[in-house]
Design a protein around this ligand. Sequence first.
Ligand SMILES: Cc1cc2nc3c(=O)[nH]c(=O)nc-3n(C[C@H](O)[C@H](O)[C@H](O)COP(=O)(O)O)c2cc1C
Length: 333
Amino acid sequence: MADLRTRYLGLELPSPLVASSSPLTGSLEGLRRLEAAGAGAVVLPSLFEEDLAEEAGEVDALLATGATNAEARAGQPAQAGYGAGPAAYLSLVTQAKQTLSVPLVASLNGVSRTGWVRYAARLEQAGADALELNIYYVSSRPGSSSSEVEWHYLDVVRAVRQAIRIPLAVKLSPYFSSLANMAGQLVEAGANGLVLFNRFYQPDLDIETMEVRPALELSSSTELQLPLRWIAILHRRFGVSLAASTGVHTGEDVLKVLLAGADVAMMTSALLRNGPDHLRRVEGGLRDWMDRHGYETVDQLRGRLSQRSVPDPAAFERANYIKTLASHPTPNR
Ligand SMILES: Cc1cc2nc3c(=O)[nH]c(=O)nc-3n(C[C@H](O)[C@H](O)[C@H](O)COP(=O)(O)O)c2cc1C
């Protein structure tokens, strides 16, 4: 039987399959189901800077009286994320830590270096094993240069790094002019891991009501190639953990990101669409392939197809682009 044990952010995971931030990870019951189905770690939904700014007073009061821990001990059902507020979030971290045996990653989502950053330390105190920081920043001012935007990211990462001792992963967008350089700067600023990538939801237009409306569509495996390429390029470059996020749906997808060099494969859309038990099918696919190809551990296959390992490293760069375009058949019309 293949050994799926994996290290991510310096933590021991029983499997490289990780349930990424989503409503599924926002309740104790959801987390239990994910662990039972084979999640090697879980990432809670994000606690948003906006929620923290609104409720800062309430949380400080709760923390001062220890009420968050008291709630947890009383076994009240905890629900976190998406407006449930910081007190509920801290309570879920505490309860989940007492219940789960797999590592628990809390998530903060923000963009500025303001008071919310100190909640990173609260999450650590509540029992989070690691923190994922999602910096969602849409820069729409023509006067704001790419270096200013990058400076913002690094400033937030440095501030959070200073606030905690647990490992810190940064969930990135792919939209940087020089992603490899940015990745290196984030590591210098204190990131222990990079999550590639955050998936942006673009607003849509309703042409009947003439309104801008939010549009949330789940991913499919066709979106895997973007994280796959960057994981292959960044594998072993900076000595940090790499997590693949976006487009991981099947055992095959997991194999691809591991072969490219990811430490873990994160899933949200596949689990929202098929339920937590989908993890069992994905694990089955992974094990089946490992058995057929004679791999006993995940470490043996990790990075076998990274940019450094393949005979043609340019396949991950511009050369691949030209080959891809040329490979399309010419239509007979
Ligand atoms: C309904 C929903 C809620 C999400 N909530 C969060 C969140 O709170 N924080 C976060 O960093 N990512 C969040 N994500 C993004 C996912 O964690 C994941 O990065 C993204 O969906 C791409 O992975 P996938 O292709 O497996 O879905 C959410 C995604 C969905 C679909």
